[in-house]
Design a protein around this ligand. Structure first.
Ligand code: C2E
Ligand code: CA
Ligand code: CA
Length: 633
């Protein structure tokens, strides 16, 4: 019997080319690429043995039985291993292999081990192949098992492509399907035409497709740090998160490397980046390093205990406590490390990126994990919601009436900003104002509130209801912005209003970084004609010099002082003495948080000038406030 070996020769050439390309890739360590290399290598070896054994059995008269037995053994052993390897390759590309334990892999390897045993015993029992009376190579009864096990492996592979495929980008999925079908198809063709050795040729063509798509490194590789790039990070994590795999990402942010770039130049710093990335690759084999851009390196860690991951983070922290040496330079590089456990801390790619991409760290902690990271994530989400509300003009302002004791009626209101987000729902100002102060957006938010208050006052002509002014909260951060007085002046002009219509509230508890700028801004606003209230009196460190410097008109006692006085006698003394002291200093006194008739009676008897609280009204939308005024008139 003669075999057609031409296809096998072509396959050998294709596989050699594939081997060259897989070998010429440098610095790659991902299991998927290792597997592909093994698949190609084993394919090549199997192909060569296929040719050799075919030639040997074609000329039985010129070759010994031992030689034919050995060549056939090598061919069938490598050939059947190929099905197992194809299956393992699909397990690595879909990320499934991470979720599986040793038992699973032992189970997967069992059909192939049985094949191996049958092959070993073949010279004795001749189950797999034998030579008939004419010395012709003939399939034994166990050969069907060999085909069945190959088929089984391809079916397992297809199963994972189908069930996990939704997580894989479309072009890559197509290549995987072709790859798996190529595997099955080649076995079937081989079974049908046993003398045409076409199986490896079909497979090698499907490998080519894989090389151009799944194994295409150029676009997932960072040319500077020689590790995977951001795109690879996004794709891999998307697959792993959607496949519900438990693992952790350690994100290492270099916070001051740019300072050195200005001194040493970009080429030198790129070499430092390369050194850092390569150093990070050395920790454990169960990891992949990514350069996520903006000097952020991420390490994906699989099958490692939480404690070991903490050890790795600590090791990184330690390393950066001493200077990083580069040539004769010693660089004092600063880092921040976040350990993101998936899915506990992040259960979506977006949530993962919220941490990885945040350029802010909470507190002074170098290593953050779990609850601290959740806080960071939340603050990023809120920061995004603030930006979105600014872009969409969706901030709202509610108004809470302020009751004037002397007049016996409401004569002003406090403007309180409200943020309703599509995804996060209502976000309380106590949460988002500090975040806006932190990222500077408070300047814009404050401007929106002031503008809305102006519009509201003018459009409803609130003066005719006896509303003399609106209280607007100013953040101390806003007052650091020296353009504030000009901005407010311009807005007032737009609405044809004067500063007497506004009283600006500033809280006393916030420490001010540059008191000079702060006081200067305040004085300029005062010169324009704005008056001021000191907010939340009694919650911070009462700073009298600031109180006098600022010439406040109204002091607003924090609600906690009133509420404590309800239950505690000493607090009652504090309340009455504070009111008396402030009155003696000629301030007007406002009490917040008045919720009951009893509280109102108490504070009125103490001689306060204004009251504000749920007893009169909660903060309400503009229309409701107008209705409130109309009812009052
Ligand atoms: P704040 O300036 O002390 O505002 C008074 C807060 O007390 C408001 O909370 C109001 O709803 C609440 N309140 C008033 N009366 C009562 C009462 O009788 N009982 C209770 N339990 N609460 C009462 P809100 O609106 O959640 O605002 C919280 C804080 O957010 C404000 O405290 C203020 O510091 C800040 N804020 C609100 N709007 C703005 C704004 O436009 N700009 C700035 N910079 N900060 C703002
Ligand atoms: Ca206030
Ligand atoms: Ca207050």
């Amino acid at each position: 019997m003669l075999y057609n070996i031409h296809y096998d020769i072509a396959a050998t050439l294709v596989l050699l080319i594939l081997l060259y390309f897989t070998l010429s890739r440098k610095g790659i360590k991902k299991p998927q690429h290792m597997m592909f290399f093994i698949v190609v290598l084993n394919g090549l070896v199997s192909c060569i043995f296929d040719i050799a054994s075919s030639i040997a059995i074609s000329y039985p008269e010129k070759t010994s039985v031992l030689c034919r037995d050995i060549l056939n053994f090598l061919y069938l052993a490598t050939h059947n291993m190929q099905a197992l390897l194809l299956c393992l390759y699909i397990l690595t590309t879909t990320g499934v292999y991470i979720t599986k334990n040793k038992r699973f892999f032992r189970l997967i390897a069992t059909p192939y081990l049985i094949t191996l045993i049958a092959l070993f015993l073949n010279p004795v029992f001749r189950w797999v192949f034998y030579y008939n009376a004419d010395d012709m190579y003939t399939h034994g009864p166990a050969m069907i098992y060999l085909y069945a096990s190959a088929f089984l492996y391809i079916c397992i592979a297809l199963y994972y492509v189908i069930t996990k495929g939704k997580a894989i980008p479309k072009d890559k999925l197509a290549a995987l399907v072709v790859f798996a079908i190529g595997g099955i198809g080649s076995v079937v063709i081989q079974m049908m035409f046993s003398t045409i050795l076409i199986e490896m040729f079909v497979q090698s063509l499907s490998f080519l497709g894989v090389l151009f798509t799944l194994e295409n490194e150029a676009d997932i590789y960072n040319a500077i740090s020689k590790v995977y790039n951001r795109r690879a990070f996004l794709e891999d994590n998307d697959i792993y998160i959607k496949s519900k795999i438990d693992y952790s990402v350690v994100s290492v942010k270099l916070t001051n490397i740019n300072n050195y770039q200005n001194v040493l130049g970009i080429l030198a710093m790129n070499e430092v980046r390369y050194n850092i990335a390569q150093w990070m690759r050395s920790f454990t084999k169960n990891s992949v390093v990514y350069d996520c851009e903006k000097d952020n390196f991420c390490l994906s860690l699989y099958c490692i205990s939480h404690a070991d991951i903490a050890d790795i983070a600590e090791k990184i922290q330690k390393k950066f406590e001493t200077p990083w040496t580069y040539n004769e330079y010693e660089l004092d590089l600063r880092i921040h490390i976040s350990i993101i456990d998936i899915p506990e801390t992040a259960d979506s790619l977006e949530a993962l990126l919220a941490v990885v991409d945040s350029n802010k760290a909470l507190g002074d902690e170098i290593i953050m994990r779990g609850a601290e990271l959740k806080k960071l994530q939340r603050s990023n989400e809120v920061a995004n919601a603030i930006q979105k509300a600014l872009d969409n003009h969706s901030f709202q302002v509610y108004y809470q009436p302020i009751w004037n004791k002397e007049m016996g009626r409401v004569n002003s209101a406090e403007a309180l900003v409200r943020l309703f987000d599509d995804e996060l729902g209502e976000i309380k100002p106590d949460e988002f104002i500090p975040i806006a102060e932190n990222n500077g957006l408070i300047v814009k938010v404050g401007e929106v509130v002031f503008r809305k208050a102006c519009e509201f006052y003018r459009d409803n002509d609130l003066h005719r209801y006896g509303i003399e002014y609106i209280e607007v909260n100013l953040s101390t951060v806003q007052c650091m912005y020296t353009g504030l007085p000009e901005t407010f002046k311009r807005i007032l002009k737009e609405y044809d209003l004067t500063p007497i219509r506004f009283n600006l509230e500033i809280t006393e508890s916030v420490a001010v970084h540059s008191p000079d700028i702060f006081l200067d801004t305040m004085h300029r606003l005062k010169e324009q004609g704005f008056t001021f209230s000191m907010d939340d009196y009694g919650t911070g460190y009462s700073n009298f010099s600031y109180m006098f410097d600022m010439e406040f008109d109204i002091i607003k006692l924090d609600k906690s002082i009133l509420w404590n006085a309800d239950t505690n006698e000493n607090a009652q003394t504090i309340l009455s003495c504070t009111v008396r002291m402030l009155k003696d200093m000629n301030f007007k006194v406002l009490i917040e948080g008045v919720e009951t008739k009893e509280q109102l009676d108490k504070v009125v008897s103490l001689g306060v000038d204004y009251c504000q609280g749920y007893y009169f009204s909660r903060p309400v939308p503009g229309e409701q406030f107008v209705a409130f005024c109309q009812a009052m008139a």
